[in-house]
Design a protein around this ligand. Sequence first.
Ligand code: ADP
Ligand code: ASP
Ligand code: MG
Length: 412
Amino acid sequence: MATLVMKFGGTSVATLDRIRNVARHVKREVDAGYHVAVVVSAMSGKTNELVGWCKDASALHDMREYDAVVASGEQVTSGLLAIVLQNMGIAARSWQGWQIPIRTDDAHGSARIVGVDGTALTDHFVRLNEVAVIAGFQGIHEPTGRLATLGRGGSDTSAVAIAAAINAERCDIYTDVDGVYTTDPRIVPKAQRLEKVAFEEMLEMASMGAKVLQVRSVELAMVHRVPTYVRSSFDDPDSPQPGTLICGEEDILEQQIITGIAYSKDEAQITLRRVADKPGVAAAIFVPLADANINVDMIIQVVSDDTTATDITFTVPTADFDRAKTILEGIHDQIGYASLQGATDVVKVSAIGVGMRSHAGVAAKAFKALADKGINIRAITTSEIKFSVLIDQAYTELAVRTLHSLYGLDKP
Ligand code: ADP
Ligand code: ASP
Ligand code: MG
């Protein structure tokens, strides 16, 4: 019998009524003859509440205990869905991450999956013909025996990792939108649903801020070639739509130059004015940040007229802004900059598409369009299939809409 993984996000399990609706989707697939592993998130808002409690308990807290607290939301929904399924006459059993086991490293709060053993799950399918209802977002660091969570949005990654481990026919990610759109449909009403998105594009879209899938889930889907669909849990369980397929580039016949626009407000800008323009300065700045596990993203270095000093601008995740500033202030004497300026009211807007590989001037068009709207660009980065601009946060919607129209993505 073929196996299927179905994942339901927070809004899809927000109330008991919605959990009952989820059970009807599961029943449909069981009736169609599949062995089903369901992965559930916590009820929407629950994880935020749990994170808030940890912060209130102590601003600086032990991340192993943070994990013990925040993983509890998924434990609740997995048990509830199992009860509802049983009540419908469907054999079902809940599973926590450690019971499978889903093995992780010990980066508590944003652990990586290092392996999933699908044997026990498969065995249960074959012997008991039970639906497995799995708590997403969590695993176990086996050397210490401690529970670990996979970072926000991590249930997507649980689902794809399980699909790979049990060799599922496909992984269906049910959410509150009916697929992946050309941009966040909540801010651009003219966004269009995509039939298919290439793994590489989805990876860039997720990395650049489209939170519809966690980045690591897309990495896993790409590496293990798991056919993954994003679809709506609000469809009628008896006549569901297929949603968007994340698949190999070769499976997409008509490729646009730009597939999607993403934005991320999780960026902070730091500018160091009048840094000495000599060898080793960039290393002196960026090595200590890397040692502190701070991810530097966009970097611009300007050569000043007198060529003895230069300005360096770069971005870090907002959460690391204060830490980065403290580190740079600590090495001030070593680097010798004149001043440090920072801004958190910035946003990174990105355009993504594999078609950029074979077309020139794609980004240049955007710079002109943004300038015409009076939007100042603070920094730019490009890679093979995307470019990003850093702008003032106040212009987020205008910039996203401008690029969305520019590349012909608006719904007719
Ligand atoms: P879940 O709780 O089901 O995991 P999320 O809130 O994590 O759901 O992700 C779904 C949300 O992602 C949508 O409601 C939508 O606002 C947002 N989103 C951002 N970019 C996109 C995009 N390109 N396509 C679809 N949804 C997107
Ligand atoms: N509940 C977790 C979160 O809100 C994991 C998830 O929903 O994917 O981040
Ligand atoms: Mg999510």
